[in-house]
Design a binder for this molecule. Structure first.
Ligand SMILES: Cc1cc2nc3c(=O)[nH]c(=O)nc-3n(C[C@H](O)[C@H](O)[C@H](O)COP(=O)(O)OP(=O)(O)OC[C@H]3O[C@@H](n4cnc5c(N)ncnc54)[C@H](O)[C@@H]3O)c2cc1C
Length: 556
């Protein structure tokens, strides 16, 4: 008998017992199996039903248990890649390796689609973002910002004295936030899905038959597998590295004392974010960047503005620096470097390497199953998150895509959907907003002027210094700018780059404008609330045709 998955919405569930009542009632009906209610709060339920069981039969059964429901959809689950038919303990429709954002999204989507899911985690539940990435870095940045504002407010009469940062307390508060969020957003969620997702605490590797081997010798069989093993900080193999311990973003955020001085090798997102955070708490910070500017893939005006803002806060920034070696001298650590042909030494108590990420693939035995990786070791996937093995998908930082948590989560969901139902969903990265959480924020979406021209557009641009944005003026913080890039012929917005306090909040409006094909004229014609930072987008749109000094109040 052909089977179908039904997704239904049940009204009236108020506790976990309701879930049991409904399941009990439905399991008494012939032809209904695999009843899944991942979370009674939202009333969503998935059933596998024989094709001859009609909607009315299901409705009656739910009503008999004392609840009402709406059918949201009913679809065939005879997929191109059939779920495993065997139901023995070690057989799954979907096995996910890794519990970061990519893995969690894949597992949850798999369960929602009615699959029997296993998720395997070898390290700390939750992966990078919650434990050692976004969450700890952003709460430390926020703590340092509060400390900095207390000491450096631009409001006359509001200067407060900062008593000195208490690194130990800041780190312990960070740790407790991490632990709360790990429980709420990862452990707790997996508990809620306990009926549908089995959790295995083990490192995973592939056997030649494409089974997933666990540390205790057990093997899990999955009709489909999603690799979501993430990445870890890379380090440069410089001479001296074995004798001179260096920090990565992970170990820096776990330090038990704050270094008095820090040299950072690297100049993309992590270096300025963590560098500014520590500088604001009192560390003397020096950033060494190989290319001619920090954040070289952003608009040059934004990169230059960021460097100026960081230097104004006392960070030393050197560009066109090639690190050559590391050495220990008088108890200090030194980076030996070439700067414009000259040998220079940069000395500090600690060195942070912020030079990118390496994929976590070594344990997996990808060779044995024929999953190809690129030259840097990242798993090759297409927009459907398919690898070179027909039953193995991959998502998140382990792949050759952008290393951002929301991309990992979106990719994980797509991987699971494509694995379990008809393949076809793709990850659309055409409008990808990104934020670097320095102060001012660096935020961008779409094309830079150069990229737009390389793509064949005849461009027009507008550049609005933040000193023309009322919100910035009122906040007495006018550092930064907004740059818009548009197509000359069509007037369509192609990109927005922002250097501004709260720039991370502003960028999503530009992202929506791009997504829905807005023109510069559309931005000009829209109402923006006064005084908000996002109003800067409208002002920047006006600057395409007006002299910036002639703009009146309220973006008129
Ligand atoms: C300092 C820092 C700050 C960041 N800030 C931001 C930010 O502000 N915004 C943003 O969008 N992104 C940010 N990121 C990036 C973001 O954290 C990652 O893109 C995201 O967490 C990747 O998720 P993932 O699921 O791909 O991998 P991960 O979260 O790394 O999860 C992979 C999991 O797989 C497990 N694993 C690995 N190998 C195996 C194996 N063989 N068997 C079993 N388990 C295995 C690991 O233990 C890990 O738990 C930041 C990253 C860092 C380092």
């Amino acid at each position: 008998m052909a089977k179908q998955t039904m997704e239904i919405q049940v009204r009236g569930m108020t506790c976990d017992n309701c879930r049991r009542h409904i399941k009990g009632s439905l399991s008494a009906v012939d032809g209904i199996s695999d009843i899944r209610i991942p979370d009674w709060h939202n009333g969503q339920m998935f059933l596998v039903v024989d094709a001859n069981v009609d909607n009315e039969t299901v409705t009656e059964s739910v009503r008999a248990a004392g609840y009402s429901r709406d059918v949201i959809g009913r679809r065939d689950i005879t997929p191109q890649r059939a779920p495993s038919s065997s139901r023995s303990a070690e057989n799954y429709d979907l096995i996910v390796i890794g519990t970061g954002a990519g893995g969690m999204a894949a597992a949850i989507r798999g369960a929602e689609l009615g699959g029997r899911v296993a998720i395997v985690e070898g390290g700390t539940l939750g992966g990078t973002c919650v434990n050692i990435g976004c969450v700890p870095s952003k709460t430390l940045i926020r703590a340092a910002a509060a400390f900095h504002t207390a000491g450096h407010s631009n409001f006359a009469g509001l200067k407060m004295s900062a008593d000195g940062a208490d690194w130990k307390t800041i780190v312990s508060e960070k740790d407790s936030l991490v632990s709360d969020l790990r429980q709420a957003k990862y452990a707790g969620v997996l508990e809620a899905y306990a009926d549908d997702i089995s959790v295995f605490h083990s490192w995973a590797s592939f056997t030649p038959e494409a089974r997933v081997a666990l540390d205790d010798g057990r093997q899990l069989r999955g009709a489909n597998i999603v690799i979501a093993t993430g990445a870890r900080p890379a380090t440069l193999p410089l001479p001296g590295i074995l004798d001179v311990p260096v920090l990565t973003s992970t170990s820096l955020m776990a330090l038990d004392h704050q270094p008095t001085s820090l040299v950072i090798i690297g100049g993309r997102a992590v270096a300025p974010e963590l560098g500014q955070m520590l500088a604001r708490l009192g560390t003397q910070v020096t950033i060494l960047q190989r290319s001619s500017t920090l954040i070289p893939d952003h608009e040059p005006e934004v990169a230059a503005g960021l460097i100026e803002a960081l230097r104004a806060e006392g960070l030393e920034i050197h560009t066109e620096v090639t690190p050559i070696a590391l050495q220990l001298v008088d108890g200090f650590k030194e980076v030996v470097a070439d700067v414009a042909g000259e040998r220079r030494l940069f000395r500090a108590e600690a060195i942070l390497m912020a030079v990118g990420r390496r994929p976590n693939v070594e344990r997996l035995n990808l060779d044995t199953v024929g999953v190809d990786v690129d030259t840097r070791g990242f798993v090759k996937v297409n927009a459907r998150q398919e690898t070179t093995h027909s039953h193995i998908h991959a998502a998140g930082d382990v792949t050759n895509g952008p290393k951002l948590v929301y991309v990992a989560a979106a990719a994980g969901g797509i991987a699971a959907a494509n694995a379990l139902t008809q393949p076809g969903s793709t990850l659309d990265l055409r409008v990808l907003p990104e934020v670097i959480f320095t102060d001012p924020n660096v935020a961008r979406v779409g094309l830079t002027e150069r990229a737009a021209q390389d793509a064949g557009h005849a461009t027009k641009t507008s550049l609005l210094p933040l000193s023309y944005v009322p919100r910035a003026i009122a906040a007495r913080n006018t550092i930064g700018l907004i740059k818009l890039v548009a197509d000359q012929a069509t007037d369509k917005l192609l990109g927005a780059q922002i250097l501004a306090a709260e720039g991370g909040e502003v960028i999503q409006s530009a992202a929506l404008a791009l997504r829905f094909g807005a023109t510069v004229a559309d931005l000009r014609a829209s109402l923006f609330p006064y005084l908000t930072q996002v109003e800067g987008l409208k002002l920047a749109a006006q600057v395409f045709e007006k002299d910036v000094t002639q703009l009146s109040c309220c973006a008129g």
